[in-house]
Ligand binder design. Structure first.
Ligand code: MG
Ligand code: ZN
Length: 194
């Protein structure tokens, strides 16, 4: 069966507490109601994915094995609350990294849409209703590049990013919400519908 409803959620600052570069699974701490938000999206028929820029790999702060363990911890905590992320897609690149292998101007680093496109191919998705939630302007741009409805959350870098957006000249999200939970609720209620 084709998937038509899809939610792409940022990881750090959106699902789990922003702590700078996370390098160990023990640092993963879900925001209150983050799992409930994912479950709400699941129940509304959305396939939910994590979509995460992880330039710490290109910068040499941690490696792919570390990241696999960290992402597994995020999935484990969500699964424990019956919330289903199908997969966490990540971009390990950065144009100015320290590890040559990952130092590249790629098409997957948000606001590029490479990670979403990979998810759509792998999971046979034809997006008709798309939702993107994140705490950075690049998340909003990523969502707009996909033709999805977007929410910026106040958690993580969201507050500061909202101030920049309010100053003008930047794309505005459809919804600005205190957390992933409120963002999911508002987007599902059609608030901010284009
Ligand atoms: Mg983030
Ligand atoms: Zn990339």
């Amino acid at each position: 069966m084709k998937i038509t409803k899809v939610a792409f959620l940022d990881r750090d600052g959106t699902i789990n507490v922003e702590k700078g570069y996370i390098t160990t699974p023990a640092e993963i701490e879900l925001y209150p109601n983050a799992a409930r938000a994912v479950r709400l999206l699941n129940d509304a028929g959305y396939a939910v994915f994590g979509i995460s820029n992880q330039s710490g790999i290109a910068r040499g702060y941690f490696n792919l094995n570390d990241l696999a363990a960290i992402n597994a911890r995020v999935m484990e905590l969500l699964t424990a609350e019956n919330a289903e992320l199908k997969e966490i897609f990540f971009c390990p690149h950065h144009p100015h990294g320290a590890v040559p292998e990952f130092t590249v101007a790629c098409e997957c680093r948000k606001p590029g849409t490479g990670m979403a496109k990979a998810a759509m191919i792998k999971y046979n998705i034809e997006m008709e209703e798309g939702i993107v939630v994140g705490d950075k302007i690049c998340d909003v741009e990523f969502g707009r590049n996909l033709g999805a409805r977007t929410a910026l959350v106040e958690t993580g870098y969201g507050n500061g990013e909202w101030e920049k957006i309010r100053a003008g000249g930047l794309p505005r999200p459809d919804v600005y919400a205190p957390s992933l939970w409120e963002a999911a609720r508002l987007l599902l209620n059609g608030t901010g519908k284009k």
